[in-house]
Design a binder for this molecule. Structure first.
Ligand SMILES: Nc1ncnc2c1ncn2[C@@H]1O[C@H](COP(=O)(O)OP(=O)(O)OP(=O)(O)O)[C@@H](O)[C@H]1O
Length: 303
């Protein structure tokens, strides 16, 4: 079942289109890595999915209904940009205030449970303004988790964190997903961390969804390939198809040929030489996650 479904979602600010006929599908149980360069429209999409901003056009459905419907909104936990913390209040008071506003049956127990879950049980009586960036993000996560949401929308939860802090937040997200069954949409520029948790990805570019794909598809796309440049690419391709038909061959527009599926460079070179085809380049390549996504996000991307 699609927990989130966006169809033709559009948002304009003044005359400028920030989100443009955007489609998105998040399945129950996904950790959905939402990537795009700065200004691509991630936050604006998240705000519409959370029911915090109204679309100019198109529709967003969360749990089959508008995120603005009470039935859906109380199932959504949100951490968008900065966690909304009151610096002069303690961590417990920050949480209690929201727990009471939500009308939780046992707010104290919920607050203690979440403090422990995010690893802040020893810091509950400290003022939020004394917290490190990582502690603030963990407290923000606890705030988003009050009310036991089934869907978490996390916009850049790893922003500004050192590698250790980013790893801790990532581990919390995975635990939430595995232990509590929470579906998560998480945007981040930290592709390395995203790659360790996402089960599905969506790539946004200039307000439009470029591509949605599963983690398995990303693995496949990033797998090793052999690239060769030959004097006669059309003939080379025909020879390779005959000799290595079981492998996945891709002809690039510039005439280069990629061979996926673990071909041996020596065998490929010999097969072409036997047919009198001169090979000018032959190398093995592995695309890493960042390279793969940067291509889709646009060259201007800066992580
Ligand atoms: N309230 C607003 N008023 C006017 N323009 C806005 C508003 N919110 C966002 N925008 C514009 O919409 C576009 C998308 O912004 P958005 O914050 O959604 O991108 P983003 O992908 O989250 O970027 P980042 O990674 O930098 O957070 C940007 O050009 C931004 O300037």
């Amino acid at each position: 079942m699609n927990v989130v479904e966006a169809c033709g979602l559009t948002k304009t600010f003044g005359g400028k289109t920030a989100v443009d006929h955007f489609d998105m599908h998040v399945d129950q149980g996904d950790i959905y890595g939402f990537v795009g360069r700065n200004g691509a429209g991630k936050t604006t999409v998240m705000r519409m999915l959370a029911g915090l901003a109204a679309p100019t056009g198109g529709e967003a459905h969360v749990f089959g209904t508008s995120p603005r419907e009470a039935g859906a909104s109380r199932r959504i936990g949100v951490l968008i940009e900065q966690p909304g913390l009151y610096g002069s209040m303690t961590a417990v008071d920050n949480l209690m205030m929201k727990a009471l506003a939500l009308g939780l049956v046992d707010p104290k127990a919920a607050v203690q449970d979440l403090l422990a879950f995010v690893g802040l049980e020893g810091a509950g009586s400290k003022k939020a303004k004394t917290f490190s960036m990582g502690m603030k993000q963990r407290l923000g996560l606890a705030l988003a988790l009050l009310g036991e949401p089934d869907l978490l929308l996390l916009d850049e939860p790893l922003n500004g964190l050192d590698p250790e802090g980013a790893r801790e937040i990532r581990q919390l997200i995975v635990r939430l997903n595995e232990e509590r069954g929470v579906t998560v949409v998480v945007s981040s520029h930290v592709l390395e961390q995203l790659g360790k948790m996402a089960t599905r990805y969506g790539v946004i570019r200039e307000g439009r969804m470029v591509r949605e794909l599963t983690a398995a598809e990303v693995d496949q796309e990033c797998s090793d390939f052999l690239q060769l440049e030959a004097a006669n690419p059309t003939l080379a391709l025909a020879v390779l198809q005959e000799r290595f038909g079981a492998l996945n061959l891709q002809a690039l527009p510039d005439g280069a040929i990629r061979i996926y599926g673990g071909a041996d460079a020596g065998e490929v070179g010999s097969a072409l030489n036997e047919q009198g085809i001169a090979v000018s380049a032959l190398f093995t390549h592995r695309r890493d996650l960042e390279e793969f996504f940067v291509e889709m996000m646009g060259a201007e991307y800066r992580g």
